[in-house]
Write a protein that binds this ligand. Structure first.
Ligand SMILES: [Ca+2]
Ligand SMILES: [Ca+2]
Ligand SMILES: [Ca+2]
Length: 174
């Protein structure tokens, strides 16, 4: 079983490459076929990326981890973390492209130990959750669309809550 922290470390390299070249990145290469992972990254090209990684653990069970990076100065990120941040993440099934009221809540994720971090180019936050049954990811008849919403409170700008969604991970779960 992958340690979430080790998983996150492999994601560091992946997302550094993603940010550098701004193209669809290959999935983390450390996976064996038996635990091959998939990534769904939402990258706006200049200000943030938000990625969901899903690992199949066998026998119908999955682990999930996510990364949020937001460009900002190191000092801005440090101040934001110092005053709380209220970092949260939740896994959803998406049902309508433009109407989130139809989305299905699946579960919350927890902060990965060691994050959030203020880095040289911004804010990095990571979350994970273990042992999700495939039946929980089966949010529709037929194809399922899964994403994670990550939020934090920016006390630098009047406690505004910032919200970022990963790309949809599309598949047949169950
Ligand atoms: Ca759906
Ligand atoms: Ca649904
Ligand atoms: Ca389904």
């Amino acid at each position: 079983m992958h340690n979430p922290v080790l998983r996150a470390r492999s994601l560091v390299a992946l997302f550094a490459a993603l940010a550098a070249v701004a193209v669809a990145a290959p999935r983390a290469s450390a996976d064996t076929p038996a635990s091959s992972g998939r990534d769904a990254c939402n990258y706006d090209g200049w200000s943030f990326y938000a990625c969901l990684h899903l690992d199949y653990k066998g026998y119908g069970w999955y682990n999930a981890s996510t990364v949020l990076h937001r460009n900002m100065s190191t000092e801005y990120a440090r101040a934001l973390i110092a005053c709380g941040g209220n970092f949260k993440a939740s896994l959803w099934g998406r049902d309508e492209d433009d109407d989130h009221s139809q989305d299905d809540f699946i579960r919350n994720l927890v902060l990965t130990p060691g994050w959030p971090q203020a880095t040289y180019n911004g804010l990095d936050v990571r979350f994970y959750t273990l042992d999700i049954a495939g039946s929980q990811l089966d949010e529709d008849d037929g194809t399922d669309e899964l994403f994670v919403r990550m939020t934090y409170r920016d006390c630098n700008s009047g406690l505004i809550t910032q919200s970022y969604d990963t790309d949809d991970m599309v598949g047949l779960f169950g």
